[in-house]
Design a protein around this ligand. Structure first.
Ligand code: ADP
Length: 606
């Protein structure tokens, strides 16, 4: 018995927690519209005025008919009044619709901006976990739901509430006894509506989650359409997409059924109440006609019209409540995203007066948050002195790129320290030190804007600086060969650049930052001979008199390096100059020999 009591208590507290949370969600949803308060108040006034015009118009309609019996003057006057009421009502309707829809757009625009701002500030590990399609879907579809709920539905909600309150007040005037009977049925509808709302909220959240998951498939397929085409896997992606859509459709079916049944239920209850009122009212009329206290026919008739109105408004209101709760469901994830604090902030921390590019790894161990089962770096220790070029080599998957990611502080190490300019990276302002580090990766990403804007992506620069950087990066000549020169738009709907050209623009982009530390991932293959030569030349030029950490693939690079670090399975297995390591005759020598015999450009031993 005690155990059962305990379970009951737990269930009760879970229920309580749920109600509390649901209230908090709803409150939060409304608080989103705080900046639109005055717009909503204006819309509300217009709404009340249009309701009033609807209520009084029939009264003057009757007056017009009556005045036709008296004189033409009276008729003209009444017609003018009626016309004025209709025009006034129409203007108020316009204001109401305009103001509420406008408030909705304002709200959703602000919400999207805030959400986007918070998403892009999350740490990189967040993007390993949450896929692009899912996040973009949250930005577009979930926010749309909130817009609908808070504007169109809100205005209808208010309209019906006013209608109900107004009617009930008038009903009390007509007959308090009958009003009591009608009001008794309200709690039943209200409880039903609350339960239904909770149910819809959860179902809608599942639906939106499912839709977001499908968004991932669509985004991946469309963005990698070339790979899809190469492997003729259109059918496969389509099947995958259809499967996801079918799953969301299944939830959609349940949503539809729930909505339908609820509407039916509300109608049954509210019309049942009307029948009850009719029975009780008729009994009162009967009593009145038999010398007992009762009511007249006329009173019952007008009361019935009111109760029908109230019943109809209640039905609408309950359905709207369901819509609202659906929006609350959709908003749960939005709030989670809005509230999420990045594990690694984008800014804040110390700035040094001067950065010499000195880099130290002290017993750094690291595991990717999304891949907890395997440690990627194990107690990695090394130093890059200012002005030196240090090369990282080793088999692919060994952890070289991870080292570069840690220097950019995309992730924090599990243990150990990374020092930049003698200071722990975690104490430095990321916004500051990231400006001092430039990265050139194997496959650089360029944005779909002009070449000039791509080169100045990291900082503002004048045309002279841009041309200077481009010349150093061996990019000036090919840029000038385009008709629009530096204003040529690249990428989507622009000029397609070759791998080598992209890389040279990326080098120019890095150079313009005049970095204290340059992180370089040498391109391996995929470049034509001419391009390869120009890229190599640019890279060699860039590396002079700079602190550089390079993931090396070329023999000439490692020969020039002041230190070569061999990384294998997350550990530093050898370290020294090219000459020292060759003499040692270990893994490094094997890698060099393999490259010499294979004649390939790839030093990684892949
Ligand atoms: P390298 O640059 O030497 O080829 P990486 O640093 O790219 O090696 O990879 C080291 C290991 O970390 C690999 O096993 C790889 O699968 C894993 N890895 C790389 N990036 C991620 C990531 N974003 N999330 C999870 N695991 C990753």
């Amino acid at each position: 018995f005690l155990r059962r009591l305990q379970i009951l208590r737990i269930v009760h507290s879970i229920e309580e927690e749920r109600t509390r949370k649901s209230k908090a969600d709803l409150k939060r949803l409304f608080s989103l519209a705080k900046d639109e308060t005055w717009l909503c108040v204006g819309g509300l006034l217009a709404l009340v005025a249009s309701c009033v015009s609807q209520v009084v118009a029939p009264y003057f309609f009757g007056k017009v008919i009556d005045s036709a019996m008296d004189s033409m003057d009276a008729l003209d006057k009444m017609i003018l009044i009626l016309f004025g009421i209709y025009v006034g009502g129409a203007v108020c309707s316009f204001i109401r619709a305009y103001v509420f829809v406008l408030a909705g757009h304002r709200l959703v625009a602000r919400l999207r901006k805030r959400l986007f701002g918070n998403i892009v500030r999350q740490e990189i590990a967040f993007f390993d976990e949450n896929r692009t399609g899912e996040l973009t879907n949250r930005l577009s579809s979930d926010t749309q739901m909130i817009q609908n709920a808070l504007t169109v539905n809100l205005s209808m909600l208010l309209r019906y509430t006013i209608q109900i309150i107004g009617s009930i007040v008038l009903m009390f005037v007509v007959s308090p006894a009958l009003t009591g009977v009608l009001l008794a049925s309200i709690p039943v509808v209200a409880i039903g509506a609350v339960l239904y709302g909770e149910f819809m909220k959860r179902l809608r959240k599942n639906f939106q989650d499912e839709l977001a998951a499908v968004g991932v498939t669509a985004e991946e397929t469309i963005s990698s359409i070339r790979t899809v085409r190469t492997f003729c896997s259109e059918r496969k992606s389509e099947d995958f997409y259809c499967k996801g859509i079918n799953q969301s459709y299944q939830i959609g079916k349940r949503l539809a059924l729930a909505e339908g049944s609820f509407n039916g239920l509300v109608l049954t209850i509210s019309q049942g109440a009307v029948v009850l009122v009719l029975w009780y009212g008729a009994k009162l009329v009967y009593d009145g006609r038999h010398n007992k206290p009762g009511i007249s026919f006329g009173t019952l008739a007008s009361f019935m019209v009111y109760s029908m109105n109230v019943a109809m408004a209640f039905g609408m209101l309950a359905a709207l409540y369901g819509d609202f709760m659906q929006a609350v469901g959709a908003s749960i994830r939005i709030f989670e995203l809005l509230d999420r604090k990045p594990m690694i902030p984008c800014s804040g921390g110390n700035r040094l007066p001067f950065l010499d590019g000195r880099l130290e790894f002290q017993k750094v161990s690291f595991t990717y948050p999304t891949k907890q089962e395997s440690q990627v770096l194990k107690e990695v220790t090394f130093t890059v002195s200012p002005g030196n070029m240090v090369a990282l080599v080793g088999p692919s998957g060994g952890g070289k790129s991870t080292i570069v990611s840690l220097i950019e502080r995309f992730y924090d190490p599990d243990s150990g320290r990374i020092l930049l300019g003698g200071c722990d990276l975690q104490t430095l302002d990321p916004q500051w030190f990231r400006q001092k580090i430039s990265v050139v990766s194997q496959e650089p990403t360029l944005f779909a804007t002009s070449i000039k804007e791509n080169i100045t992506y990291g900082r503002e620069a004048n045309m002279e600086e841009v041309i200077d950087a481009a010349k150093k990066a061996n990019a000036h000549d090919f840029i000038m060969s385009f008709e629009n020169g530096y204003n040529t738009v690249v990428g989507e709907r622009g000029i397609r650049l070759s791998g080598g050209q992209k890389q040279r623009i990326a080098i120019a982009r890095a150079l313009i930052m005049d970095p204290a530390l340059l992180l370089l991932d040498e391109a391996t293959s995929a470049l034509d001979a001419e391009s390869e030569h120009l890229v190599k030349e640019a890279i060699d030029r860039v590396m002079q008199e700079r602190t550089v950490l390079v993931i090396a693939h070329r023999l000439s690079t490692v020969r020039n390096a002041s230190k070569v670090i061999v990384v294998e399975k997350g550990r530093i297995v050898e370290c020294g100059t090219h000459k020292e390591l060759l003499e040692k005759g270990g893994i490094y020598k094997k890698l060099v020999l393999r490259q010499l015999t294979a004649g390939s450009a790839d030093f990684g031993g892949d």
